[in-house]
Design a protein around this ligand. Structure first.
Ligand SMILES: CC(C)(COP(=O)(O)OP(=O)(O)OC[C@H]1O[C@@H](n2cnc3c(N)ncnc32)[C@H](O)[C@@H]1OP(=O)(O)O)[C@@H](O)C(=O)NCCC(=O)NCCS
Length: 195
């Protein structure tokens, strides 16, 4: 069994390819510009990520470069979610973020473009990242933050094995407002027991 070692997160990190049919996770590529363009039209995604609200090819390329930089700087792993039947066409993104890794915890965030929703793809992607974070990196605690109205995201978290812990009041600033968030968490030991 791998053991947690904070030194393993020294930059630069390498974003691996993960397979978890029916999805695969891979690093961002320039072929993902069309997906970034679609994501920029979503009412929520540009508010909670650095996806540009006003899309241009330059802004899209800068977004993709930022995703590569996250690994280079050691901030975390930013993956594209693609369907394994069409690996070059991304349908969304999932990130494993390491800002608090010295405390033994990491956070996860995800989005899927509207045209690819309704098939549970984010839950498949989440289970793949959990497997990587616990199985390969042995991170002790994973958590994610969901606005209380966001049932699709809460259901995704639960499908990934995460349990709701608390509502954090005024947790995050989104679109100029201090918003509540439900914290969902999964511990390495719990995941091991789930088998
Ligand atoms: C959250 C998100 C990634 C989920 O995408 P997805 O994988 O296509 O999820 P699905 O549409 O298959 O829905 C997952 C579950 O939520 C349920 N659901 C979806 N929309 C719902 C709604 N409006 N009301 C109630 N339940 C809903 C589905 O029925 C499904 O339930 P099940 O697990 O019982 O089958 C996607 O909606 C998204 O990108 N949203 C915008 C960005 C976002 O909210 N990111 C998360 C921030 S915390």
């Amino acid at each position: 069994m791998k053991t947690f070692d904070v030194d393993a997160f020294a930059p630069p990190l390498r974003v691996p390819h993960l397979t978890a049919p029916p999805v695969l996770l891979r690093p961002f590529a320039i072929s993902d510009l069309a997906m970034v363009r679609q994501a920029s039209t979503d009412p929520l995604i540009p508010s909670i990520t650095s996806v540009p609200r006003t899309y241009t090819d330059d802004a899209g390329r800068a977004f993709i470069e930022r995703q590569h930089d996250r690994a280079v700087q050691g901030d975390g792993y930013s993956f594209v979610i693609a369907e394994d039947a069409d690996p070059t066409s991304g349908v969304g993104s999932i990130g494993l973020w390491l800002q608090e890794i010295e405390s033994g915890r990491a956070s996860i965030g995800y989005w899927v473009v509207a045209a690819a929703r309704g098939r549970g793809l984010a839950a498949h992607a989440l289970r793949a990242v959990v497997e990587f974070a616990f199985g390969e990196l042995a991170i002790p605690r994973l958590h994610l933050f969901v606005e209380p109205w966001n049932t699709a995201s809460a259901r995704t978290a639960q499908a990934g094995g995460f349990g709701r812990e608390a509502t954090l009041r005024g947790w995050e600033r989104i679109d100029g407002e201090q918003r509540d968030a439900d914290c969902f968490a999964l511990l390495h030991d719990e995941w091991m027991r789930l088998g």
